[in-house]
Design a protein around this ligand. Structure first.
Ligand code: ZN
Ligand code: ZN
Length: 129
């Protein structure tokens, strides 16, 4: 029996590695990109991330996780400014995305393709007759 292929329904985050020395040992403020805290705390199981911004940004935006809609955002993983993509739809969706951490998705969004790519149906061989 092959292992069950439990693919997640949503698109997985295949983050590109951060090449900068030590950069991936921290997480960064969503509001300004400043170093927030050591990432090691977040690698423990069952840690609830309830703060994703520095103190000044929390006060500025009145929230602990995300800047107010319409504000520039920065990547939690690398601190880089995130690109903003507008997905045209009946209800347009705004995507904030770090091109450094998710280059493939950013390229796709830039090309106007907002569909979650279908994975190659590896495990979907025709049923034996
Ligand atoms: Zn901040
Ligand atoms: Zn990033």
């Amino acid at each position: 029996m092959p292992p069950t292929n439990n693919r997640p329904q949503h698109e997985p985050d295949n983050f590109a590695p951060d090449e900068r020395p030590g950069a991936d040992t921290y997480v960064y403020c969503k509001g300004c990109g400043t170093q927030l805290e050591s990432r090691s705390r977040l690698q423990k199981p069952k840690v609830v991330v309830d703060v994703m911004m520095c103190e000044p940004c929390q006060q500025k935006h009145g929230h602990r996780l995300m800047p107010t809609p319409g504000s520039a955002t920065f990547c939690y993983r690398c601190g880089g400014a995130e690109d903003i993509f507008m997905e045209p739809a009946t209800t347009p969706v705004t995507h904030h995305l770090c091109s450094r951490c998710l280059p493939e998705r950013a390229a796709r969004y830039r090309a106007g393709d907002f569909e979650t790519p279908l994975k190659q149906p590896v495990a979907e061989a025709p049923a034996p007759v």
